[in-house]
Design a protein around this ligand. Sequence first.
Ligand SMILES: Nc1nc2c(ncn2[C@@H]2O[C@H](COP(=O)(O)OP(=O)(O)OP(=O)(O)O)[C@@H](O)[C@H]2O)c(=O)[nH]1
Ligand SMILES: [Mg+2]
Length: 220
Amino acid sequence: GGVSGYRSRLFPSTGLVQNRFSHHIFKCFYWILCLQEEEERGKRQVLVLGLDGAGKSSLLQSLTSGDWAARRGRCRPTRGGWCRPTRGFNFISLNISAVQLDFLEVGGGEDLRRYWLDYLRKTHVLVFVVDSSDRPRLPLAKAELHRLLRAEPQLPVVVLGNKQDKAHAVSGSELHEALALHAVTADRKLFLLTSQLDSGAVRKSCQDLDTFQNLLLQLL
Ligand SMILES: Nc1nc2c(ncn2[C@@H]2O[C@H](COP(=O)(O)OP(=O)(O)OP(=O)(O)O)[C@@H](O)[C@H]2O)c(=O)[nH]1
Ligand SMILES: [Mg+2]
């Protein structure tokens, strides 16, 4: 598979974690990296999860390419292929003021979801991306989100209701209901944003991405 994003020496994108064995090797690298980085100030990890096809890779790509990133003077060119299903991981870093935001996407396919909990440990914010137009799978998205919430009761969470451009997308308030966000206790920092991240709409979503990024910075 293609290599996505920079710093790819440790996090090649597709095809890395194709079986349990390579997953464990990756996890070792991940923990070594976490231990190293524990010492380094100003680094924050944002874990990006959500069902397959929700738009996680599209989010990372939007953050690192196109008009938006160029306008913000921190364009990190990518080498295509992001929006194939992620078989393993995508990893990008953004430097914003004194903070380095490391975004880690773990693929959302059924076989990869079982590994999600392993990556919560060093995460400062969880971003949970939902395909707002995939109504039949909203109950599954809800179940997976609440599984993560139970595992990390303190972790700040941003739910991103993506694909708002699609005809049958649920609105933010419908998503709030469908994902049972009212059941989340008040002591958790939880935010719901909506987005559209398909390439044609990147220009339109610049404002969304600014909002998203500013929110992350406040949560970190
Ligand atoms: N219409 C529309 N399509 C989108 C949007 N965001 C992403 N897509 C498309 O949805 C498909 C899946 O997007 P990805 O970003 O690959 O999804 P993912 O969450 O990374 O999926 P996995 O890696 O399989 O877990 C791609 O074809 C994207 O172009 C959006 O806001 N609107
Ligand atoms: Mg992906």
